[in-house]
Design a binder for this molecule. Structure first.
Ligand code: AMP
Ligand code: ZN
Length: 472
């Protein structure tokens, strides 16, 4: 059952074949760290995580690079408006570096809470300006650039395959990129590689360059960092669908222009998380963060589960009602699993064949362009299968959770972090202590109290009987 993925470049599902046997070079566009990530952004990172886990599940060693954009991303992806980092710094009256590091940190914390496996390398744009300048120099040598009003532009007319990823009419491409007229552009879809003249005064982050003091355009950072850390040929490049017509199209043009050959074999894109009143975006004010969910008593893994219920290539409608349904459904799934995993003592694995059959079935679904919904169906079948013993079921749950990343095989703990078995043991010791006291065996009753106290469990003798609490 080969791994099949939808390649935006070919507009169809394709069997995945890596450049180097057993290895995958993967690049995902990271966040612009001028604000918290919203849960729409996080949907894209969850999709990319599931893709990475699926590649690993198929035995590939994945080298994953994700950038941090801390300069050059203007309000519109197509080079207009103010630099988002400068906007963030003004909004909070802080330095750009403070803003960038704070939101980078918060973003990485979000990923951790969502059980997203962190990339092998997370380079920051501001630390790779030299690589960007080198790439622009190469493009200049190869005749892809022109200078107008002091800025360096990429001339898309020099790259006939410009439209190969988006495959849209020029009118649609122009409409999609929301280009506001820059009279210096020879073609409205040309884009800036290096800004010397920002429309906004006192742009803080600036570097020396052969074209004058200035700052890089946003698109060039991904090409420069991806080539630096993954080489001239890459297997998979991902992002959200909004990146198809502008950012990724421009990345291809400048990378393939500079390298002189095809750059990435598979382009994959996640659909948007949408609200019934439109798309979720930072600028529209419809901005829900992971912390907003936590404040509303929604565990981050409930959100992960919610995202996994839908196909990554379909828009996902967000609502708190649907999230509450997911919360209930995950809780009931975990209850069922808890019963299985808490009763495995003395069992052995006998039915290897059956286990392998389930694993194959599961793999055939996730390998079908990440069909998670069918993956969950297999999990439910396993839980219902009376021929499997609990240890065999547990082995399968653990195996499937390598993809789901939902901590399914962890025992449910109560608010104070104890599992059912531990609570049962405390209750039995309390009963034994009550018996001992009735028999006036105070030595034993004190012994039990001290034993529990040693484990930070305090006993309180009340009129309604003995209660216990965790001693803080
Ligand atoms: P940004 O920080 O704006 O560069 O976006 C980070 C990632 O989130 C990119 O891959 C975007 O394509 C993706 N993205 C932006 N908005 C949404 C959304 N509403 N739903 C899903 N992904 C999104
Ligand atoms: Zn990018």
């Amino acid at each position: 059952m080969p791994l099949k993925i939808y390649n935006t470049l070919k507009k169809r599902e394709e069997e995945f074949t890596p450049i180097e046997e057993g290895k995958v070079k993967m690049y995902t566009c990271g966040p612009t760290v001028y604000n918290y990530a919203h849960i729409g952004n996080l949907r894209t990172y969850i999709f990319e995580d599931v893709l990475k886990r699926t590649l690993k599940y198929n035995g590939y060693e994945v080298n994953h690079v994700m950038n941090i954009t801390d300069v050059g991303h203007l309000q519109s992806d197509a080079d207009t408006g103010e630099d988002k980092m400068e906007l963030g710094a003004k909004r909070e009256n802080k330095s750009i570096i403070d803003i960038a590091r704070y939101y980078e940190d918060e973003f990485l914390k979000d990923l951790k809470k969502l059980n997203i496996i962190i990339a092998n390398k997370i380079p920051r744009a501001t630390e790779h300006v030299k690589e960007m300048i080198d790439l622009i120099k190469k493009l200049e040598e190869r005749g892809y650039t022109y200078i107008a009003n002091g800025n360096v532009y990429f001339s898309i007319d020099k790259f006939p395959e410009y439209n190969k990823l988006a495959n849209l009419s020029m009118e649609d491409l122009i409409a999609g990129s929301r280009v506001d007229v820059d009279s210096f552009k020879r073609n409205p879809l040309d884009f800036v590689l290096w800004f010397v003249n920002s429309k906004y005064e006192n742009h803080i982050l600036q570097w020396e360059s052969p074209w004058g003091v200035g700052f890089p355009g946003w698109h060039v950072e991904c090409s420069a960092m991806a080539i630096k850390y993954l080489g001239e040929y890459m297997d998979i490049h991902c992002g959200g669908i909004d990146h198809i017509p502008v950012h990724h199209t421009n990345e291809i043009a400048q990378s393939e222009g500079a390298l002189g050959h095809k750059w990435v074999n598979y382009w994959m894109h996640g659909e948007f998380l949408v609200l019934d009143r439109g798309k979720m975006s930072k600028s529209s004010g419809s901005f829900i963060t992971l912390n907003t969910l936590i404040e509303n008593n929604i565990d981050p893994l409930v959100y992960r589960y919610y995202v996994l219920q839908s196909k990554y290539r379909k828009p996902l409608l967000f609502s708190y009602e649907r999230l509450e349904e997911s919360k209930k459904s995950l809780s009931s799934l975990k209850q069922k699993i808890n019963t299985v995993i808490s009763e495995v003592e003395g069992l052995e694995i006998y039915k290897e064949d059956k286990i392998n059959k389930y694993k194959e079935e599961f793999k055939s679904f996730i390998n079908d362009d990440l069909n998670m919904a069918n993956g969950f169906t297999v999990l439910h079948e396993v839980l219902k299968d009376y021929e499997l013993n609990n240890l065999e079921k547990k082995a399968l749950i653990e195996d499937f959770d390598e993809i789901f990343g939902l901590n399914l095989a962890e025992e449910i703990k109560n608010e104070v972090g104890l599992n059912e078995k531990e609570i049962l043991r405390i209750e039995e010791l309390i009963k034994e202590r009550e018996e001992a006291r009735k028999m006036k065996n105070f030595a034993r009753s004190d012994e039990i109290r001290d034993l529990l106290l040693n484990e930070k469990i305090e006993l309180l003798d009340t009129r309604e009987g003995t209660k216990w609490k965790i001693k803080l």
